[in-house]
Design a binder for this molecule. Structure first.
Ligand code: NAD
Length: 512
């Protein structure tokens, strides 16, 4: 089996199911130059070691970039439809492996199986979409201003692309980067988040099984400063794509700028959901629960602020809080569980810290706010679904990204007031409006400062063939998904062919 080639079980001891995963460089699974490793533990039960991964350093990044550079010389010349066929095959294989990979993902990051199946499905959808791109990669062919002259623009690959990913969508996000990059003819070095490397291994293993040649995709695992920084600084890395916090985005963006690298930053969010008096309240409550507590609130697009018009404010709170209290918390491998743990101890501490901050600021805690650590919860990083009400939009709890199951409910007078509250923030990723009034829906679609707006749906649920990303501190203007990714992973080359057999000067010669 492929896994036996790629990984090796620990010899002896109790950890017979624990595997050591090596870096993947130039088609070989190799140990890190540092000789060090780190553990990946299940956040729902920290006694469960999911795997042991390489704690890599600069030398490993250098080796991976060198391999990717060598592979680029050949890969860029493989016709795009042929490159895309490999990605199509990978989609079919991912379908077969979906259940196994979903379970691995729940074990390594905690979100419930329904959601990890969705994460793998997103990689499958992205594979089919990008496989189709291999036969498009459209560029404009336009008339020249001169006679007997042909003008067009073609897309060309950039070269070696460095990718740095977060832990909350551990297969979907790597797929958004790797698949368009390789279909466009680039080669890649990816550093997955230290909490969730296994899902990236599963994706890359599948791509390799489907036929991606050696050196085209390389994995180097480890931490931000020891792997992410050398990758961002490397002169042979021509493009960097980071999905992560705005704090890390600032660092990566500044470093990449020094060597004029293409740089795509997909960063944090503090996403508002507006509920107007005329909304279908049942739908809004359902959406607010899914958006607020799905993935334990650890989505960049999580519904973290619910802005409710005064006519339905009291009823919304009463019903929403009741439902939040009823959510079943536990190990995501149990199909009856609604919400899994926080991804790690630091994240849990951060969530609890924000609960204290909100209380100190005067927000009213309506439910939750505590760690769950008795009985079955004792070995995991569990926290209750938490709802604050009467939140002032200026409070830190309403301004800063918590990245946990903590929802702030804010009252508003009307749509205008709601949009002002929604926009008066550093971030601009996703947004939502619940109303039955089409006029107000269109006004909100125009005025909400966000890369994504949902009408009568929560702030989560992006599809792979539309542009994904945000405005303001959420990014630097690039988009993933759909054509946005193709734009990032290609360079334009304008091509002119003059078949007049004489010198024709643009802007100077004007034939009658
Ligand atoms: P993070 O910023 O802590 O880490 C992201 C990645 O960057 C990790 O792989 C990490 O090891 C690496 N890194 C850390 N320091 C680095 C450095 N100095 N140089 C290079 N790389 C470095 O984020 P996280 O905790 O993994 O993920 C949560 C964050 O990601 C949240 O802010 C969330 O909003 C954001 N996110 C954004 C999107 C989006 O598309 N906009 C999607 C998912 C998550």
């Amino acid at each position: 089996m492929a896994t036996d080639i790629l990984t090796k079980p620990i010899i002896g001891g109790t950890a017979s199911r624990t595997r050591i995963y090596n870096n993947f460089i130039d088609g070989e699974w190799v140990e890190a130059s540092t000789g060090e490793t780190f553990e990946n533990r299940n956040p729902a039960d920290t006694r469960d070691v999911v795997g042991i991964f390489q704690k890599s350093g600069k030398a490993d990044v250098d080796a991976a970039v060198a391999a990717a550079k060598r592979a680029f010389a050949k890969w860029r010349l493989v016709p795009a439809p042929r490159r895309a066929e490999i990605v199509f095959r990978a989609a079919e294989m991912l379908m077969e492996r979906k259940e196994e990979y979903s379970r691995d993902m729940t074990r390594e990051m905690g979100k419930i199986l329904k959601e990890t199946r969705g994460d793998v499905q997103e990689a499958i959808d992205a594979s089919y979409y990008n496989a189709g791109e291999g036969r498009r990669l459209f560029g404009p062919t336009v008339p020249s201003e001169l006679p007997n002259k042909f003008a067009m623009a073609v897309r060309q690959p950039i070269g070696v692309c460095g990718m740095i990913t977060p832990w909350n969508f551990p297969m979907a996000i790597p797929s958004w980067k790797l698949l368009p990059a390789i279909v466009c003819g680039n080669t890649c070095v990816i550093k997955p988040a230290q909490d969730t490397p296994l899902s990236t291994f599963n994706l890359v293993r599948t791509l390799v099984d489907a036929g991606v040649p050696k050196g085209v995709i390389n994995i180097v695992t480890g931490f931000g400063s020891s792997v992410g920084t050398p990758m961002t600084e490397h002169p042979d890395v021509k493009a960097i794509s980071l999905t992560g916090s705005s704090e890390v985005g600032r660092i990566v963006g500044q470093t990449a700028a020094k060597s004029f690298k293409h740089c795509s930053l997909e960063l944090g969010g503090k996403n508002p959901m507006i509920v107007l008096d005329d909304a279908n309240l049942d739908l809004a409550i359902e959406g607010g629960l899914w958006g607020g507590f799905g993935t334990t609130g650890q989505r960049c697009t999580a519904t973290s602020r619910i802005i409710v018009q005064k006519g339905v404010y009291a009823e919304f709170i009463e019903r929403y809080v009741e439902r939040a209290k009823g959510l079943k918390i536990g190990n995501g491998l149990d199909e009856t569980v609604d919400m899994g743990p926080a991804v790690n101890e630091n994240q849990l501490k951060g969530d609890l810290n924000y609960v204290d901050i909100a209380k100190a600021e005067g927000a009213k805690l309506k439910c939750g706010g505590h760690r769950l650590d008795s009985g079955d919860y004792q070995y995991g990083y569990f926290i209750e679904p938490t709802v604050f009400v009467d939140v002032d939009p200026k409070m830190r709890i309403a301004q800063e990204e918590v990245f946990g199951p903590v929802v702030s409910i804010i009252p508003c007078n009307d749509l205008e007031d709601a949009i002002q509250i929604a926009n008066n923030i550093e971030y601009g990723l996703s947004s939502a409006l619940y109303t039955r009034d089409v006029n107000r829906a269109f006004a909100a679609m125009r005025d909400l400062e966000a890369g994504i707006t949902y009408i009568n749906a929560p702030t989560i649920g992006a599809e792979v063939h539309l542009p994904f990303g945000g405005v303001k501190a959420t990014g630097n203007g690039h988009r993933e998904g759909g054509i946005g990714a193709i734009d990032f992973y290609t360079e334009w080359k304008a091509v002119y062919v003059d078949y007049s057999d004489k010198l024709q000067r643009a802007q100077i010669d004007r034939p009658e």
